[in-house]
Write a protein that binds this ligand. Sequence first.
Ligand SMILES: Cc1ncc(COP(=O)(O)O)c(C=O)c1O
Length: 360
Amino acid sequence: MELRLLAQDVPLAVHGAPDYAELRRLGLRPAEVLDFSSNINAYGPSPAVGEAIARTPLGRYPDDEALALRMTLAEYLGVPPQCILAANGSSELIWLTSLAFLRSSDRVLVLGPTFAEYERMAALRNVCLRIHRAEERVGFILLPPEIRKILDSWQPHLVFLCNPNNPTGTVLGSSLITDWSFSYPHTIFIVDESYLAFAPDLGSAVEIKRNNILVLRSMTKDHALAGLRLGYAVGAEELIAALVRVRPPWSVNALAQAAGIAALRDREHLRRSLDLLAAAKSELMAALTELGVQVLPSAAPFFLVRVGNGAAVRQSLLHKGILVRDCASFGLPQYIRICTRRPEENARLVAALGEVRHAG
Ligand SMILES: Cc1ncc(COP(=O)(O)O)c(C=O)c1O
């Protein structure tokens, strides 16, 4: 009898971050590769994180409800702990939203080009997916009248929007999201704010406090906890309660919970490192522009660079121990995405890209 493998139609994940098997094939050790492909604060986590981890007992189950972490988040966000759910990265939350809020054939709108997990989870749930893509000719900026037209005519059950958006770094104002949440009260808006901390002038949808808005946040990027995995959702109590029902137990391990609390308490480290990163980003963008490549503006530390053949440039740079994100999987094969690192590391990237372009 033939096996029934239902996941056949779910696209495989393509993301930034090192592909460890590829590095092994190329004879590169992960520690030797400068990773510009992951959107992570290159100044690393607060030193308090390492100390908190060292004090955490490993032989016990973690608090399944991550209460201490949620209380710390509650204080920091000004919302009650029952409006917060901690998770194993914001990726887990994307999958939980599909389990909690969607039935097959529900209409789901994704504002793109964007992070691939929204589309993967839509394929898994067999929903009716529509991807509205911002166009290159307008710098990948989403045009509100076009989105409103789709919301009016198509009435999606759920909308995914990423703010600031990965990979374009474009933003949507929170007044716009507020308007939509009032105009379309039967639509759930999932606002992925994984990169919000990097854009200090951008308002958060957490402030809107509507029962059809769920905000997703990541602590793997601004707090640089990617190896530990940590994220959280903020929203109305009934939305959070629905997510709690479908989540796997103990998904936030004890180290991640302790690390999250320590990271949140060290606000000075976060502020200082994000300031340094912002300054490094301006310098890097200027240096790349001087090389003659087109660099697109971005509210995030990462940005798109038009290089012609993104896959070829990625490959040539990788041979020099530098990893960038080829954007073909976003439908943007002419682009690479670069996330700013520390100044001395950025200088190595600029030099290597100069050589690669020269050779090409
Ligand atoms: C827009 C966006 N959302 C969510 C995630 C997932 O982040 P994590 O699961 O590490 O919190 C990423 C990771 O690249 C992302 O770019």
